[in-house]
Design a protein around this ligand. Sequence first.
Ligand code: C2E
Ligand code: CA
Ligand code: CA
Ligand code: CA
Length: 277
Amino acid sequence: AKKKGNSYLFFNDTMNRQAVKRLQIENLMRFGLKENHFEVYYQPKMNIRTGKLTGMEALVRFITPKKGIISPGVFIPIAEETGQIIEIGEVVLNKACRDVKQWLDDGLFSGRVAVNLSAKQFSLPDLTTRIDVILQKNELPSYFLELEITEGTVMDDPQEAIAIMRSLSARGIHLAMDDFGTGYSSLAYLKQFPLNTLKVDKAFIDDMKTERGRNMVDSIVTIAQNLDLHVVAEGVEQANQIEILKKLNCETVQGYYYSKPLSKDEFTAFLKQQQSK
Ligand code: C2E
Ligand code: CA
Ligand code: CA
Ligand code: CA
């Protein structure tokens, strides 16, 4: 009876329950990598003046037969810790390149696909070779690729990061700073990084309800323009946000207002619909 009591305590302990959950997800990911349970969805990036598609972000979806769809917010942090994010990231990059190559060949799209790159992937010593191999395998010129990295990824060792970013940039790959303003970043470094795009985090877009919030986005857009960077507003959901962003000269947006992330087939239909416009 005593033993039973102990195991009862054990499994009700929050920390242990979390550890069990983590282990379950780690195992599901290992199985999912073998069984091809990771899919790539695409969210359009739109020009708000022309109403035209300018690009898209590839977002991973973990679709398990038994547990349904597991959100990136749940499994990505665990995959980062276990290192599985490296393999998952390669699956995403490979599928994104494959799909964009097809859209390109079908004459449906000739812009860039943005793929998220985790800190673990970024610091791989053979990162550029791995990317070259995937691009070559899919016969996709590097011009069509953009990589999204976060402040945390580059601020860990900024000098090293600059070297890595230069080698990617030299291939014609574009680089975007994701979730800009939410992490620890330094303006002194911002101008040294060979970036092409700043993505303004949804938190700032939500804050545009207030005057201070609008001033903040105005300032970020101004900094970006002074540094010759494109700006993308993330998580735009409402028409009034579009109106404000127009006034602030932020032309490119990504968010539910235009579209949620779409499966490959849904995105193909979206591209065809765009073409008929
Ligand atoms: P993120 O890179 O900032 O991606 C944007 C997230 O915001 C996506 O969530 C997208 O679905 C969501 N979103 C877009 N527009 C709206 C909107 O209007 N309203 C709201 N509420 N949400 C919006 P998702 O797909 O769940 O991804 C969450 C995070 O997981 C991503 O944030 C990224 O950090 C990470 N992630 C996703 N796919 C990958 C991947 O392939 N590799 C890596 N390393 N991380 C990934
Ligand atoms: Ca992103
Ligand atoms: Ca983001
Ligand atoms: Ca985010």
